[in-house]
Design a protein around this ligand. Structure first.
Ligand SMILES: NC(=O)c1ccc[n+]([C@@H]2O[C@H](COP(=O)([O-])OP(=O)(O)OC[C@H]3O[C@@H](n4cnc5c(N)ncnc54)[C@H](O)[C@@H]3O)[C@@H](O)[C@H]2O)c1
Length: 338
């Protein structure tokens, strides 16, 4: 039982790269507190526990047996998500799962069903939803200024495949491929801004960094929607120079356009009658604070989970269909051939 006067006790499973962002955010928060970490690398868990002044465990079972742990952030590789997610929820802990929710549509539903049956919060780390620019674009859409969204373009290109990607990311059997690994972020933004789930996906990819890659480090997913809208999602980790970083977010509506151009500092909305500038300064550390504050609020039944679980499942459905499209070279209807 959560005491609303006390910080929510958080345990982190897997203390690799992204766990650092969650731990940095938690250090600044009063609504939640890191109480335990675990990792299959027990010495790494002990090292992090010492630095964070919390408990350190060498197994998930030991972390879940700790009564101070009320909620868990799973920060392990993608192929572990389904089993760990079900295990965490079965232990009665609220769950923030790093994206993707699972590697398969069936796996995503298994985790979601476990949360629903136990009445526990389930959030998925679609962190881009919490950036200034993503929130500003949604606010412009909600204001009605650009009318009904008809076309979304999301471009997130960078050149940092080495050494930022671990070996497991490069193995499609362990990461699910680029559509699952990074593509889910773009799919989630596009569906959120269009305002409904995608109904089809057609994808093309390139092995930009090396022909020997098993995943497409350059990937374009074209999404179709039942209301006639469409989206192009372009994600690359194979740009040159390696320091390259290119972000572009555009929503074209029936009355205007809202866009965050690649070299801009903010979001601009323009229509036949004028131009509005919206402040936005990118993907900062506070993205994770916002994500965690939303998770804490949903764990305490004070707010709906962000994104809704149905959106996180949908991102897996579309990503899995995108991987099928890459293999078969054809448009895949969502839910039909995944
Ligand atoms: N939201 C984002 O923007 C974002 C960014 C990067 C990564 N991620 C996601 O975060 C997750 C982790 O990615 P990463 O880059 O931190 O990986 P990583 O390889 O750096 O770290 C994973 C850690 O998990 C540990 N681990 C593996 N299996 C485990 C198990 N069964 N139990 C306990 N510990 C285990 C490993 O020893 C390692 O320390 C992935 O799902 C990835 O998709 C999200």
């Amino acid at each position: 039982m959560t005491d609303h006067g006390m910080p929510l006790g958080i345990g982190i499973v897997g203390v690799g790269g992204i766990a650092l962002s969650h731990m940095a955010a938690l250090r600044t928060m009063t609504s939640a507190q890191l109480v335990a970490v675990c990792d299959v690398d027990a010495s790494r868990a002990a090292e992090v526990a010492h630095a964070e002044r919390c408990e350190g465990y060498g197994s998930v079972e030991a972390l879940l047996a700790d009564d101070a742990v009320e909620a868990v952030i799973v920060c392990t590789p993608n192929m572990t998500h389904e089993a760990l997610g079900v295990q965490v929820l079965a232990a009665g802990k609220h769950l923030l799962m790093e994206k993707p929710l699972a590697m398969t549509p069936a796996g995503a539903r298994a985790v979601a069903n476990e949360a629903a049956e136990r009445g526990l919060a389930l959030a998925v780390g679609h962190s881009h939803r919490f950036s200034d620019q993503s929130v500003a674009i949604r606010e412009v859409i909600d204001s009605g200024e650009i009318g009904t969204p008809r076309f979304v373009r999301v471009v997130m290109n960078g050149g940092w495949i080495w050494p930022g990607w671990q070996a497991w990311v490069l193995n499609p059997a362990l990461s699910g491929g680029h559509s699952l690994h990074n593509g889910t972020h773009l799919i989630d933004l596009a569906s959120w801004w269009i305002g409904e789930p995608a109904t089809s996906v057609f994808s093309v990819g390139q092995h930009a960094t090396s022909e020997s890659l098993e995943i497409y480090d350059y990937l374009v997913m074209e999404l179709g929607f039942a209301n006639g809208a469409s989206a192009v999602c372009e994600i690359s980790r194979g740009e040159r120079p390696r320091s390259a970083s290119y972000l572009e977010l555009t929503v074209v509506g029936t009355k205007g356009v809202v866009s965050r151009e690649w070299d801009a500092e903010g979001v601009l909305a323009w229509t036949d009658t004028g131009l509005t500038a919206w402040a936005a300064d990118g993907f900062a550390e506070r993205v994770f604070v916002r994500e965690l504050e939303a998770f804490v609020a949903s764990s305490r039944s004070e707010a709906e989970v962000i994104p809704p679980v149905s959106a996180a499942i949908h991102a897996v459905d579309v990503a899995a269909a995108s991987e099928t499209s890459l293999r078969e070279g054809r448009t895949i209807e969502i839910g039909a051939s995944v």
